[in-house]
Write a protein that binds this ligand. Sequence first.
Ligand code: IBG
Length: 221
Amino acid sequence: MSGKPKLHYFNGRGRMEPIRWLLAAAGVEFEECFIETKDSLTKLQTDGSLLFQQVPMVEIDGMKMVQTRAILSYIAGKYNLYGKDLKERALIDMYAEAMMDLNELLMSYPFQPEDKKEQHLANAVDKAINRYFPVFEKVLKDHGQDFLVGNQFSRADVQLLEILLMAEECKPDILAKFPLLQKFKAKISNIPTINKFLQPGSQRKPLPDEKDIQKARKIFF
Ligand code: IBG
């Protein structure tokens, strides 16, 4: 058996994408086992692999881990992407939770009913511009460092870059009023492990198209 973590999810972003990002940023190779049908989800649910009958599930270090946030925390702790002390970790958690909230809004957009889509997107963009991005712009301005917490690369930086790119997919000029976030984006994108993940052919998943959405709907909803 290989020692690589094994990711169980459908072949799309959804809730697994931040986990893919974090492993890639840590320079960890991983395998993916794609759930293609409702039956293969049911099989995992009935064979006892999923503690709460849900994916994402990641096989790592002899565990079958579920719950996205728990998985992210484990990977961040294991690969030293979680600050140098409890207070830095608390700050990273606050930032990361906010980013998960925004991620949830952006990620769930394609799954909204047609008549709710426009309003959903407008709300996500409004929250990004008026609630979340000003905070991270100010953090970077106030301490003048390259990374969000403790002048050291952490999961917060990885999750922020992911969310900045997702937000730009929704509104290409969304960073226009955030010069330090633009600089941050360029700098973090150049970290070798991240740069590699951003290249075509990596395990990063594309923006879902209508076919991907229908497929995910059939499996999960
Ligand atoms: N709190 C859990 C976590 O964070 O891991 C939630 C996990 C979850 O909602 N999993 C869904 C699932 O397994 C798949 S992601 N559903 C099967 C079931 O029986 O509950 C579904 C999703 C997609 C895209 I795809 C956007 C939002 C959710």
